[in-house]
Design a protein around this ligand. Structure first.
Ligand SMILES: [Zn+2]
Length: 488
């Protein structure tokens, strides 16, 4: 007995020692060095802010109901860009794709080098009529006050369009001549899937046989206070994004009067199916968190390192912990959200047809089809038909060792030495998803400082941006493009 106890004690001590050792050694400091040659650029800040404010006055709104599309606003926005950036208009070739999306091209001196692509989108989400009164400044007035630019699109994502145009104008004014070809692409329907905009832009490039050294779109940010235990800003660069699918559940049944119902109506059968899907969430996987922890693990508190450095033992505990918050849960599993349902149009008539929509955000590794198959198996009821309404598979994962990633990460570090840089998986969708056929190196980042509050107002009330953030974005693109179009 005594021997057993002492053996047990040794095992416990060795185990604890191993865990602490791993917590202290697994996570090395892997922060990239700052990009060299970084300097402040000369821009007329006031004029640049004025142009940004004006860009926000065009109601380039994407509606789910495409009949509400205001084509004039999109055309006016294009004319505004043309007039506001004379050097770009003079020296870059502009191509209009599918009537509204825009591609700018500045050819490189060395055609043997793969070009680079910087992207953004100029459509914005609608402002709900009944929330108009709650805006501090009207959403399409382009108000600038006390260092802040107010309006729909100020963060998502006219800042990307305007900061890219400003930086290209400044680069041309400085006489920078690219070695590699530079492309800018601005989609016009990102907020409603990007199928008419970015998808067509990608086709346009594909038809010309163009391959990119790397692609940079929106999707990451300078996060603040969003990673527990790290008080420095963390720049997260999207290296992959989740997929998306709406599955439609349909049940058909004989109708009739509700005074003589069968034991289950079409709606009842449907409800049972939804409950089965909800009660069986997709399994959690930690592998998409690992690149993030690899990059910033050394800066995390001891408890986090202890857990993440010993997943061989603690992964069930870590999963349970992450699944307890809906935000972190979305990072480690395919999410399930029943969003729409309909039955009979009248209270005393049995439904002949009941339908529901369940929206899934799919982790890389699974596909639209594997999600559908799992749902069919879970429901296990031939009366419920499961069809795919719209879906896109998750993206591949781009490497963190590429030239493109180094340029983005190095530029961030040069601009803010205190900032940490980490790759991550984007939970929402971006236009970048259409570009994997054109490059294995597809990244998502915009240098805006974002905290939990920013996430709230991006598609909500009072979208706004500090002038400082806007000017930083111009500087970021200026330096990133300058390195990107160099030969090396
Ligand atoms: Zn966006």
């Amino acid at each position: 007995m005594k021997k057993l106890l002492s053996t047990l004690l040794v095992v416990v001590i060795v185990l604890a020692g191993t865990m602490v050792y791993r917590a202290e050694t697994v996570f090395e400091d892997r922060q990239p060095g700052p990009a060299s040659g970084y300097s402040e650029i000369r821009i007329d800040e006031q004029a640049a802010v004025q142009r940004f404010a004006q860009a926000l006055t065009y109601p380039t709104v994407s509606y789910d109901d495409r009949s509400q599309f205001d084509s004039q606003a999109f055309r006016d926005f294009r004319l505004f860009l043309e007039a506001s950036y004379p050097l770009v208009s003079e020296q870059a070739t502009r191509t209009v794709i599918n009537d509204y999306s825009l591609v700018y091209h500045v050819p490189g001196a060395d055609p043997s080098l793969d070009p680079v692509l910087f992207m953004s989108h100029f459509d914005v989400v609608p402002v709900e009529e009944n929330t108009l009164g709650e805006w501090t400044h009207p959403p399409f007035a382009g108000t600038v006050q006390d260092g802040i630019v107010w309006g729909r699109g100020s963060v998502d994502d006219k800042i990307g369009v305007i900061a890219l145009m400003e930086s290209l104008e400044a680069l041309l004014a400085d006489g920078i001549r690219p070695q590699r070809s530079l492309y800018l692409a601005f989609g016009h329907d990102e907020e409603v899937s990007g199928r008419d905009g970015a998808a067509r832009v990608a086709e346009y490039f594909e038809n010309q046989g163009i391959r990119f050294d790397f692609v940079l779109d929106e999707g990451g940010a300078m996060t603040q206070g969003m990673l527990a235990g790290i008080d420095r800003p963390v720049a997260v660069i999207g290296i992959s994004e989740k997929g998306y699918v709406n599955l439609v559940l349909t049940v058909q049944a004989p109708g009739g009067h509700s005074s003589q119902p069968p034991p289950q109506t079409a709606l009842g059968i449907l409800a049972r199916a939804i409950v089965r899907v909800e009660d069986n969430p997709f399994p959690a996987r930690l592998d998409f968190l690992l690149p993030t922890f690899d990059a910033i693990g050394a800066y995390m508190p001891f408890g986090t390192r202890l857990a993440m450095g010993n997943l061989w033992l603690l992964s069930p505990l870590v999963k349970r912990n992450l699944l307890s918050e809906k935000d972190s849960a979305a990072g480690i599993r395919t999410t399930t959200a029943a969003t729409m349902a309909s039955g009979s149009p009248k209270s005393n008539i049995l439904p002949t047809r009941a339908t529901a929509v369940i929206n899934f955000r799919i982790l890389p590794g699974e596909t639209v089809e594997t999600v559908r198959q799992r749902v069919v198996a879970l429901i296990d009821d031939p009366r419920v038909q499961v069809t795919t309404e719209y879906g896109t598979d998750p993206s591949p994962v781009s490497p963190v060792e590429s030239r493109g990633y180094r340029i983005v990460a190095g530029t961030i570090r040069a601009m803010d030495e205190a900032a940490l840089v980490a790759p991550y998986m984007v939970r929402g969708g971006t236009d970048a998803k259409f570009f994997y056929r054109l490059s294995p190196n597809v990244y998502r980042f915009l240098p805006v400082y974002a905290d939990a509050e920013t996430v709230e107002y991006i598609h909500g009330i009072d979208e706004h941006l500090a002038i400082e953030d806007y000017l930083r974005a111009i500087r970021f693109y200026y330096h990133a493009i300058r390195q990107a179009v160099a030969a090396g």
